[in-house]
Design a protein around this ligand. Structure first.
Ligand SMILES: [Zn+2]
Length: 361
């Protein structure tokens, strides 16, 4: 019994949410990650030299029609129209290095688990040096929120990659986590019954990764039926298609993930529980390299793969559009998320400062 009490005590100390009066309009929060999607495609659209390379794109004409235009502004909008039509007008987009806006990871490894640990806990942990690290010893901002009475049981995560049960330490945190091919139970929706069935009958082409459309629609049905206050949607295909050197599929995946975001935001802005009370933050866990070989890879051995980006839209966030200067880091998201919901988040190590520009002065 003593050990149990001590454990709870240590846990409480290791991540603290201090609640002030929430002066923000944000009552609900949604985090979306698009694994290893490069800032180069987000801000510039499809890369001409990759599109024309038959080793990366088998059917140039098909992809050129969908994603190529000589004008950079038109081209990036062809790839991710929600980002460039909606977030650009009503929110903020960080990380266009060609205009002096920089976002990087702080961890020294530049791959997924260390990247997600940094996003969720607010600090880079050098101990986390493998995607097979196992249960995360660190407490995430989601776990800390779930310990507060008003968020208890109302924080959920849907992810394509099976590692999220470890990253968010489902056993300890008690969060609702549905990752890879886990069956989703407890919903009335017939769509969920269909997707539970379908996901066991599709090829496991990426080894432990559910296709992103299933992750999105399962998470979306959960949102509609259970009305969580905090939701994570973790998409993965962009990284897998990148590693596979399949540039056309990588572009398609970025494009339909953007469509998921549009579907999600339209629903939010037409639902009285969420409308004008919800902030959406979209980012990635690492970048990728440059050039024919480099873009497929990411790690500390691949230059530039620590370069990331961030997009935010919500009722407290001034409509700045493309942020034109500054240096930001992925370790700043956890404190920013907590602050939007009226909490001050502290962890066992120092966490990155909240991003002030996200908040109305
Ligand atoms: Zn990754």
């Amino acid at each position: 019994m003593k050990r149990f009490l001590l454990h709870v005590f240590v846990l409480t100390l290791s991540a603290v949410m201090l609640m002030g009066q929430n002066k923000n309009k944000t009552e609900n929060f949604i985090l979306v990650t698009i694994d290893g999607l490069r800032w180069q495609e987000l801000f510039n659209g499809a890369d001409s030299s990759f599109l024309h390379n038959k080793k990366l794109v088998g059917n140039y004409d098909q992809y050129a029609t969908k994603y190529w235009n000589k004008n950079q502004t038109d081209r990036r909008k062809m790839l991710m129209p929600f980002i460039w039509d909606v977030v650009q007008k009503k929110g903020q987009i960080y990380g266009n290095r060609s205009i002096g806006s920089f976002v990087n990871v702080k961890n020294p490894y530049w791959f997924s688990y260390p990247g997600y640990n940094e996003i969720f806990t607010g600090f880079a942990d050098v101990r986390i040096n493998s995607n097979e690290f196992g249960p995360n010893p660190n407490v995430s901002v989601f776990e800390a929120l779930n310990q507060s009475p008003e968020f208890k049981g109302r924080v959920a995560a849907f992810a394509s990659w099976d590692a999220f049960n470890d990253i968010l330490n489902t056993k300890r945190s008690g969060l609702v986590v549905n990752a890879a091919f886990q069956k989703l139970e407890g919903l009335k929706s017939n769509n969920i019954a269909l997707m539970n069935n379908m996901q066991t009958k599709l090829p496991d082409i990426f080894n432990g990764v559910r296709l992103d459309a299933l992750t999105f629609y399962m998470g979306f049905e959960y949102l509609k039926e259970k009305n969580p206050r905090v939701l994570f949607l973790g998409f993965d295909e962009t990284d897998d298609f990148g590693h596979g050197g399949r540039y056309g599929d990588y572009l398609n995946s970025a494009h339909y993930t953007d469509e998921f975001l549009s579907t999600l935001w339209n629903w939010i802005q037409n639902n009285p529980t969420y409308k004008d009370k919800t902030t959406l933050l979209i980012t990635c866990d690492h970048g990728r390299g440059e050039g024919f070989d480099g873009w497929r890879s990411h790690s500390s051995k691949t230059a530039h793969s620590d370069e990331t980006w961030l997009a935010v839209i919500g009722p407290d966030t001034p409509a700045v559009g493309e942020v034109s200067k500054g240096q930001y880091y992925n370790n700043q998201y956890a404190k920013t998320i907590a602050a939007l919901l009226g909490f001050d988040f502290k962890n066992e190590n120092d966490v990155g400062a909240k991003i002030d520009l996200v908040f109305v002065k």
